[in-house]
Design a protein around this ligand. Structure first.
Ligand code: PLP
Length: 381
């Protein structure tokens, strides 16, 4: 066993089940371990490193900003923060932004805003949804195993069955503050909401006047082939949460709201010391600019299609799902499949006994997709 792994066992709180690889450096879609072994990375730090590892454009901007100003708190104004909010408004159509340091914090802010603005208490989430691990975000996360030891969490929360119209209709009413949903469930193994389900949700909003929160922490920033998954469905949420790919792995997140929601928010309702610091905002601006300059939305769509077509041709694959480079598949033994691929130098993520998630950098090339598919093909034999 690696010396680093032995040392980790002694000093780390043992929350994580890690793969037995100590990663030293990475470039583009490739990761190198401490023994110099290389892996094709189809996990990208869990859908974070969208413009590729060690992206020179992002590195340069982070370096320039670090030399000028890293942090001053939100007691002051800084330019990168304003520039990033303007950029996000342009690509998302949302009106106003608050910056956080993670997806969980973005969800936490969204829940607080929903209660504040509606003066209602009740939340509705869905079977399979994942929104984070803090007390608030955990309260709307589906997995019983994650929630149960930490009760009581915030209440009331009900879970409707994902993609069941009847269950959704029964879950919402005039006391619902907000419905929070992942338009495409990520941690569950890439399960998209059906279009008619989404349509019904927005009809019910008209009837009961609740807010709709799209948790786009994982689906945001081109992962699904559009800037945001909401653009695939053609519906505008009241609140949207962001993080993961926002800074290409640099920790930054955001909560976005409509002007109408903003009108119900008061000064002092929420805050953050680090949130939106100039360094994080520069990393995010550079990431978004790089995506625009290199047509990465198009590459996400094309390479995602290439993955799905290839996977559909394999007998051992039972189901293929997703949009863009958010690819899900079901096999009889997901752990066995991911271990097989890892042994041949390709990293994929098993999210359950049957489900595998493929979420590579959006910069991935045809050759790299084909290389991965050729490794998967060997699994059949
Ligand atoms: C990862 C994720 C979160 C939590 O984000 P963290 O940065 O780990 O706090 C929340 N919602 C969704 C949809 C996610 O995929």
């Amino acid at each position: 066993m690696s010396e680093i792994i032995e040392r980790e066992k002694k000093v780390f709180i043992q929350f994580f089940n890690r793969y037995p690889i100590v990663i030293e450096r990475a470039k583009g879609c490739w990761i190198f371990d401490e023994d110099g072994r290389k892996y094709l990375d189809l996990i990208a730090g869990i859908a974070c490193v969208s413009v590729g590892h060690s992206n020179e454009y992002v590195i340069e901007r982070v370096r320039e900003q670090a030399e000028k100003l890293i942090h001053v708190s939100n007691l002051f104004y800084t330019k990168p923060q304003v520039e990033l909010a303007e950029k996000l408004a342009e690509i998302s159509g949302m009106d106003r932004f608050f910056f956080t340091n993670s997806g969980t914090e973005s969800v936490e802010a969204a829940l607080k805003i929903a209660r504040r603005v509606t003066s209602r208490k009740k939340f509705v989430s869905f079977t399979g949804d994942f929104h984070g691990r803090s007390m608030g975000a955990l309260s709307v996360t589906w997995k019983e195993k994650f929630r149960e030891p930490f009760m009581p969490l915030i209440e009331p929360v009900s879970f409707a069955e994902f993609n069941s119209l009847e269950s959704l209709e029964n879950a919402v009413d005039g006391e619902t503050a907000a419905v929070i949903m992942e338009p495409v469930q990520g941690e569950a193994g890439v399960y998209p909401a059906k279009k008619e389900f989404m349509k019904r949700l927005f009809e019910l909003k008209e009837e009961h006047d609740f807010l709709i929160i799209f948790d786009e922490v994982q689906t945001g920033f081109g992962r699904t082939g559009e800037w945001f998954a909401k653009d695939i469905y053609g519906f505008e949420p009241d609140i949207m949460t962001l993080a993961k790919a926002m800074g290409n792995g640099f920790p930054i997140g955001a909560v976005a709201v409509s002007e109408e929601v903003h009108s119900g928010i008061q000064k002092g309702d929420h805050g953050s010391t680090f949130g939106g610091n100039p360094l994080a905002c520069s990393a995010s601006l550079a990431t978004i600019e790089y995506m625009e300059q290199n047509n990465l939305l198009e590459n996400s769509r094309k390479m995602g299609e290439r993955f799905r077509k290839g996977l559909e041709g394999f007998d051992f694959v039972q189901d293929v799902r997703g949009f863009g480079l958010m690819v899900g598949l079901s096999v009889s033994d997901a752990k066995g499949f991911s271990q097989f691929a890892m042994g041949r130098g390709v990293l994929v993520n098993a999210t359950s006994e049957r489900d595998v998630r493929i979420i590579p950098p959006l910069t991935i090339s045809r050759e790299e997709v084909d290389l991965a598919l050729s490794v998967f093909e060997e699994f059949a034999h």
